[in-house]
Design a protein around this ligand. Structure first.
Ligand SMILES: Nc1ncnc2c1ncn2[C@@H]1O[C@H](COP(=O)(O)OP(=O)(O)OP(=O)(O)O)[C@@H](O)[C@H]1O
Length: 297
């Protein structure tokens, strides 16, 4: 595991910002921390990075307690950092390289990575918010971190800026970096993350691969044919181990959840072989919003 947070708690006076939070980030994952404002994402990242002290619990990076050595392997972007408005992108990175004691010869490479090589001589103040955010990422990349920690990296960006930052995150992940990303946007988590932890009021609601947490709950709605009673259909469904959570719907219909490998057509076939003829079969996608609300309600 790249990062192991175990039983973290955090109190700010009377506010309990985190309660018994345990989450483990596998190497190579793009790990999303998803939750509404105030759910404890920033607090979690702050504790992980050692800028906030937890009230309880432990933080381990690469299997060890946080140290100067492990900090060097982690790059963080918690808020848009201050660059010099009149200096160019390149000049700002030169300053950053000096502050971080990073190799200034890597400036071309990081500018290329974030797609700003062509704008390297333009003043920071002329940049769009998305470009500013990409320059911030470039600055973080100067230290060649293995892990990137990003807090709401697309906040305040227009759709194009959002798309640029997302593409960049995906590109960095493809290069093998582990990325930990806090966001209140489901859509963002679904588009870029492999794993997600859902936080609500400082508590973990669910965690695991995005596919399991956010998209496994599509339901199939079955309308029995004229010769089939709902009871017979229920019995037939009970014989299929890959069908779960059968529920009655309006108009004598039933709905159920299939394991992710199974296609609705296979269900139709399996029921037909038991002598059940359906008058209708329809896949009902639960919107991510509905799933998120269900997780956090
Ligand atoms: N310095 C502080 N003093 C007191 N309370 C705080 C402090 N920082 C955070 N909190 C509280 O802790 C809780 C979690 O806040 P946190 O910023 O971690 O949430 P978040 O999910 O990152 O939300 P946001 O996206 O709004 O930053 C909130 O109730 C917040 O008001």
């Amino acid at each position: 595991m790249v990062l192991e947070l175990d039983h973290l708690s955090k109190r700010y006076g009377g506010t309990e910002a985190l309660r018994d939070l345990t989450l483990h980030v596998p190497a190579g994952s793009v790990y999303g921390l998803l939750g509404p404002n105030g759910s404890g994402k920033t607090t979690t990242l702050g504790i992980a990075l050692g800028v906030l002290n937890p009230s309880g619990g432990t933080v381990r990076w690469f299997g060890q307690a946080l140290s100067a050595g492990s900090k060097r392997r982690v790059g963080a972007l918690l808020e848009t950092p201050n660059f010099y408005p009149y200096l160019s992108a390149r000049q700002n990175l030169q300053v950053a390289a000096e502050v971080k004691r990073a190799d200034a010869r890597r400036i071309d490479e990081v500018l290329e990575t974030v797609g700003l090589l062509g704008r390297q001589h333009d003043a920071f103040q002329s940049f769009s918010l998305g470009m500013k955010q990409r320059l911030a990422l470039a600055s973080t990349l100067l230290g060649q971190p293995e892990v990137l920690v990003l807090d709401e990296p697309t906040n305040g960006l227009d759709p194009q800026g959002i798309a640029e930052v997302r593409t960049l995150v995906q590109r960095l992940a493809a290069e093998g970096k582990t990325i930990i990303l806090a966001s209140h946007l489901l859509d963002e988590i679904e588009k870029v993350c492999t794993h997600v932890a859902v936080l609500q009021r400082g508590q973990l609601r669910a965690a695991g691969p995005v596919r399991d947490i956010l998209t496994s709950a599509d339901r199939v709605v079955l309308r029995p044919g004229p010769a089939t009673t709902p009871a017979a259909l229920t019995q037939a469904l009970a014989r299929l181990p890959w069908v779960s959570d059968v529920q009655a719907e309006a108009d004598g219909c039933l709905s159920a959840v299939l394991t992710s490998e199974q296609h609705p057509a296979a269900l139709n076939e399996a029921l037909f072989s038991q002598g059940i003829i359906l008058a209708g079969l329809e896949l009902r996608h639960r919107s991510l919003e509905t799933q998120f609300l269900a997780l956090t309600s």
